[in-house]
Each structure stands twice: as C-alpha cells, then as structure tokens.
Design a protein. Structure first.
Length: 677
C-alpha cells in the first residue's frame, strides 16, 4: 500500500513540481528548499501513476550518498524495499554500466579497468619519459588537467582544435594521443572516458541511442548547475525521444567551474529544451530569517543568475555576527572561546562547523583546539581508498581480475620486496612496448628467454606464479573475493611485511586492511567491489564521538549545521585572488556564490570573521576586510570584537570585550572602514 501522505507534505510550489510530469522542467531550488523531497516524491508519483516502470526512470546525482538517500526515501514512500530503480546513481556509475554493455564500440572489452588519479599520473610520467618531456617543466597533473578539460568538452585527441599560441596545448596534444591509445591497450579508461565514450557511442550509433532514449521515459537530474558540457550532452541525447527531463538545482550554488562545471547549462536550459517550464522553490526549511536575509542580500550582487526570493518557515533568529580580529591566531582563540564559553552548553559539537576558503586555514584552529583539548575532525582529508596500503591491496585484486592492468602490475611487482630492481622493471617495460604486450606477458617471455638475472628471476617467477594461482582460486575453485584477499595478504608476504616492522603507522595500516576486508563483505563479487572503489566519490568520515567539524566551503555543499563559523573573509583570500585573476567578473561571482553556500549551511547561528594580519607562507601579511563584508546588510548584523578607538590608525589594539549596542556604530569600526576605502 502506497503512503498517500507524500503529496500532503509538500508546499504548493513543491507539489506543482511533482505533478508536472510532461515535458522539460527546470526546478530552481533555493538553499534548504527541499529539493531532495521533490525529486523523490516525483519518482514515487511517476511509479504510482503508472506513467513508467521503475527501470524506465533515469535518476542522476553527483554523489553515491545522494543516490542512496534518494533510493531510501522513494522506498519509504512506496513502502517497498525493492522498487528496482536500477538507473539511479551518479553520472559516472551509470555511464560505467552503459559502457560495459557497449565496450566494444569504444575499443574496450567489458572487464575494462577504471583507473584513478594516481594511476593517471604514473601513466603520464611514463609517457613523458618515453617522449623526453621534462616533468619538472610540465607537471603530469597539469597535463592531465588539460586532457580532462578536452574530455569535458567532448573531444577525442583527433577532434581537438588547439590554440596555436598556447605552447602548453601544442605540447600536450601529442601526449593526449599516446595516453588515449595506451588506455585502450591497457583495456582501461579514466573518469573522463566513462562519459565521453558513452556520448560518442550514442552520437555515432543511432540504434543504441534509440534503445535508451525510448527506455528512459523520465529523466531526473540533481544539482544540474554543477554539470559540464559532456554531461549535459549525454542528458540531451538520452532525452531525445520523450523530452521528459526534470533538472533540479540552484544557480546561486554553482561553485565548481574549476572542475569543468558550466553554469550556462542551467541559465540556458529553456533555450536548449523548447517549451520548458520553470518552477521556483523559494521556501527555505533550514535557516533562520536573519541568516537567509544576509545570504540573499549578498548573492543579489551577482548579475548572472535566474533569480529568486527566498523566505523561511523558521523564526527570525539571531543576528549574523561579524567579528574583526588582530590576527589569525586571535581569530582561532576567539572562535574556540565562543564555542567553549557560549555554544557547547546548547549545541552538540557535531552541529558546529568551521568553514574555510582554503584548507591551510585549519592549521591555526587545529593548534588552538589541540592546546585546549577541544575535539575536532577535518572533513576532506585522505580518503580511505586513497591510503597507500589500501591502494596496494586493490592493485593486487585489479591485476588478478584484469591481466592487462599494467598500472596495477607496476605498483605491486616488487611490493613486498622481491629483489626486482629498477633495471629489471625498465627491461620489462621495454619488451612490453616493443612487442605490444602487457607487462605480465613481457615478464613471462623474458624469463622464458632467460634474460632475467638468477636472483631476480626467483622473485619475479614467484610473483607471476602467485598471480596465476590466485586467478585459478577465484575463477576455477570459485573462492570468495574476501577469501581471495586474505590469501593474497598471506601468500604475498604483505601482511608479514607490515607485522614485522612494529610502529604506529604499520599498526594503523593493518587496521585499515581489516576494515577493507569488512568492506568487501558488502559486495557480491570482486568486479562489483572494484567498480565501487573506482567510482566512490565519498567515503564515510569519522563521525564517531562529539567533534567540531572543519572543512572547506566547497566541501560543505549539501551539508547543514546549527552553528557555522566563516573565518578569513579577507581580500585575496576570500574572494580568492587567483580566481579573480584567472576568470575576472565570472570568478568574482563564483566566489560570491561560494560565500552564499557557506552562509546558508547555518541553521541557527552564523559567525563571519576576518583578521588584520595573517601568517601566510612564512610571512606576516597585512590584510583588508573582504569586499563581501561591505555587501552584507547591516540591519541583520551584530558587530562585535572591534578595535580600541584610543589607538592610532596604524597601531590598532584588539579589544575582545568591546561590544556594540544594537543600532550604534563603533568608532573603531567606522575608522577601519574609512582606512580600507
């Protein structure tokens, strides 16, 4: 029996968005306006009204976490745990699924490997070495950023039209050609390929395009403002038949242009999809009115926006606090004192967050918090699957699964040590390149030809024997992927290597491997696990215990906290100088959207601050208040902790006890404003 309450729990705009099923629809969803509720209610409504079967609905998100949340909510509405939303997932996971079905059209086989950033860097380094490119002059990550930009624009190497005046593009294009050919030789693809290959397959094969366009009667897209060209092109091709595409997002929260996101996809939706309808969700269910008023007044300074007027269902709430500190250290002290003295009695540490523009800003907070014993967590640190020992284990599993995976071979052939030195590795690579075979086959041939030194031959032979054995264990004896990893760890000597060296780091690595074995149990087979590792966009952070959260504003998108501190609002830091220099007015507007995102993470209290001096890259620098501070509406602000007015302009003294009564202006603050102007 379907829960009939799902429509009754919607406001008028939300209900209109759920009930309008035919044709293109753009939902402009302000911060905290219940967009996930609308998306999930819409999916449930389509199924309830029998407009489509669950497997005829394509629902696209940017994170696995968001996809799982949507799945759970739809299941709850329909009172069913198995509604079969087989096409609900991230852009990359859905494209990986499509590509495995049609891998041959991209020159791959269905068991292709998805390589991560580390593997990409290593591959580019090898190519640069072979092509005599100095990676000190042209960094591999920079090369990859150019290649990724081309892929986001939908270009294979032979389709790139370079700027002849750009010496870097002229150098990178030949590397892109080699890199892309090498990926095919490895039966591998990177993240950019997942969508690019699928788009090319759809463009070049009308029969395949028709199959999926006819199947997907309804398409729903979350966070549409964060899509790039190739993602929007993919959606356009899949919606060709029915045009029932519903995109939800907020142009005021478009903050990822550095990842290739193009806000024009959102702003020009009605031009791309004719006869489209636009519905605005303007009722905020998260923040108090004062917080919302500050954020709305700030973002109104942007010109490139659809525009909306947010109102809240919450009470007026506290004024947004604005603090000025003498330096970054005092800022950290002031914020920690505020938490200890005023907040911890009313709020859980887990509901308090410090959002910074740049991750280096957390250092002073960490030092202060450690000194006074205030618990904290950094969100956005090294992710679980990026840790060295986990990547080693995964490399073993990848090579067992996919014999052509040269990048995995390279990582583990001498890990643990097997007396296989650099000269032997070079010899294997040379034979592999000359004979166009994988590193594993090249190694076996060199042993057969007796071209490997005796001591090295023993270690290499042992490694190759074990790889073959483990493949047989998996494919012939049909042992589980969990048992397989246990055998790998024991028989390779990897566990012994960590156990024999007693130190805290190795103990932690062993604990991480235990956690990996636990994680394996959540997957049906090795292939599904390896795909999860490759596609994981986020790993659960350490949420155990009561801790204050620290993260970048970029990393906070989609989260909410009762109390939010926003330190470091200074010119050059926020808005960031590099963003303005590289992108001009567009860069400034994106920085302002980032400020909007930061403020609207707060539900009950928002505290913005800046300092007069900051220690940066070994030097003290004088700083000025961010231009965004002047754009904040004064009637919604409480200005505290300003300067002692008895001092000269060039010798301000911080006075933490000085507070301003409502409706008055601090002489020190007025003088500071005059100074910066």
């Amino acid at each position: 029996m379907i829960n009939s309450e799902y429509l009754n729990n919607l406001n008028n705009a939300q209900k209109e968005a759920v009930l309008h099923l035919d044709g293109p629809l753009l939902i402009v969803a302000g911060a905290g306006s219940g967009k996930t509720k609308v998306l999930t209610s819409r999916i449930a409504h389509i199924i309830k009204k029998k407009k489509a079967f669950p497997n005829q609905i394509l629902s696209v998100t940017f994170t696995n976490k968001a996809a799982k949340e949507m799945q759970n909510r739809v299941s709850s509405i329909l009172n069913s745990d198995a509604i079969g939303l087989s096409w609900l997932g991230t852009f990359h996971s859905i494209c990986a699924k499509l590509l495995r079905k049609h891998a041959g059209a991209a020159g791959l086989t269905s068991n292709f490997t998805i390589i991560d950033t580390d593997d990409q860097v290593r591959l580019i380094k090898n190519i640069c070495k072979a092509e005599d490119i100095d990676i000190k002059q042209l960094a591999p990550k920079y090369i990859l950023s150019i290649i990724d930009r081309w892929k986001n624009k939908g270009f294979y190497p032979n389709e790139v039209s370079i700027n002849k005046n750009d010496i870097y593009e002229k150098t990178v294009l030949p590397l892109y050609k080699i890199y892309q050919k090498k990926l095919v030789d490895l039966n591998a693809c990177d993240f950019g390929d997942l969508i690019l290959h699928v788009v090319k397959i759809l463009e070049n094969n009308s029969d395949i395009r028709n199959i999926y366009s006819k199947n997907f009667k309804y398409i729903l897209v979350d966070e549409y403002q964060d899509t790039n060209y190739i993602q929007s092109r993919w959606l356009y091709l899949l919606s060709e038949k029915y045009k029932n595409i519903c995109c939800v997002g907020d142009d005021d929260q478009s903050i990822y242009s550095w990842r290739g996101a193009e806000i024009k996809n959102f702003l020009e939706f009605d031009q791309v999809y004719k006869n489209s309808k636009v519905i605005r969700l303007e009722e905020n269910y998260r923040s108090s009115q004062n917080i919302l008023s500050v954020a709305s007044n700030l973002i109104a300074n942007n010109q490139n926006r659809v525009g909306k007027t947010l109102k809240t269902t919450m009470e007026e709430g506290d004024l947004v606090k604005l603090n000025c500190f003498k330096n970054g250290k005092d800022e950290a002290i002031g914020i920690s004192d505020e938490i200890e003295q005023n907040l911890k009695k009313d709020y859980s540490y887990n509901n308090i967050s410090i959002l910074v523009r740049a991750i280096f800003q957390t250092r002073e907070f960490e030092e202060r918090f450690l000194k006074i014993g205030l618990p904290y967590r950094i969100l956005g640190g090294t992710k679980f699957y990026e840790r060295m020992e986990i990547k080693d284990c995964v490399a073993y599993l990848r090579l067992i699964h996919q014999p052509k995976d040269d990048l995995a071979f390279d990582r583990i052939v001498n890990n643990p040590k097997r007396s296989i030195g650099e000269s032997t590795i070079k010899l294997i690579h040379k034979h592999s390149k000359e004979n166009n075979v994988s590193l594993e086959i090249a190694s076996k041939k060199l042993i057969e030809l007796n071209l490997i030194k005796p001591k090295t031959k023993i270690g290499l032979n042992s490694f190759l024997f074990l790889i073959d054995k483990w493949r047989a264990d998996l494919n012939i004896k049909k042992i589980s992927h969990i048992k397989l990893l246990q055998l790998v760890l024991d028989e390779s000597g990897y566990s012994a290597m960590l156990k024999n060296k007693k130190d805290v780091d190795n103990e932690n690595r062993l604990e991480n491997i235990k956690e990996l074995l636990s994680a394996l149990k959540e997957f049906n087979d090795l292939e599904s696990f390896l795909e999860h590792v490759a596609l994981a966009t986020a790993i659960d952070q350490d949420w155990e215990g009561e801790k204050v959260n620290m993260m970048t504003m970029h990393g906070s998108k989609g989260l909410e906290f009762d109390v939010v501190f926003l330190p470091g609002w200074e010119e050059g830091l926020f808005p960031h100088q590099k963003s303005i220099e590289e992108k001009g007015q567009n860069g400034l507007e994106e920085e302002r959207r980032l400020a909007y995102v930061g403020i609207t993470r707060a539900k009950k209290k928002a505290l913005i601050s800046f300092s007069m001096n900051r220690f940066y890259q070994g030097d003290w620098i004088d700083s000025m208040a961010s231009r965004f501070i002047e754009e904040l509406p004064e009637k919604f602000l409480e200005k505290n902790s300003f300067f002692d007015d008895t001092k000269d302009d060039d010798d301000f003294e911080f006075n933490q006890d000085f507070e301003i009564d409502e409706g008055t202006t601090s002489p020190g603050w007025a003088r500071y404003q005059k100074r910066i102007k």
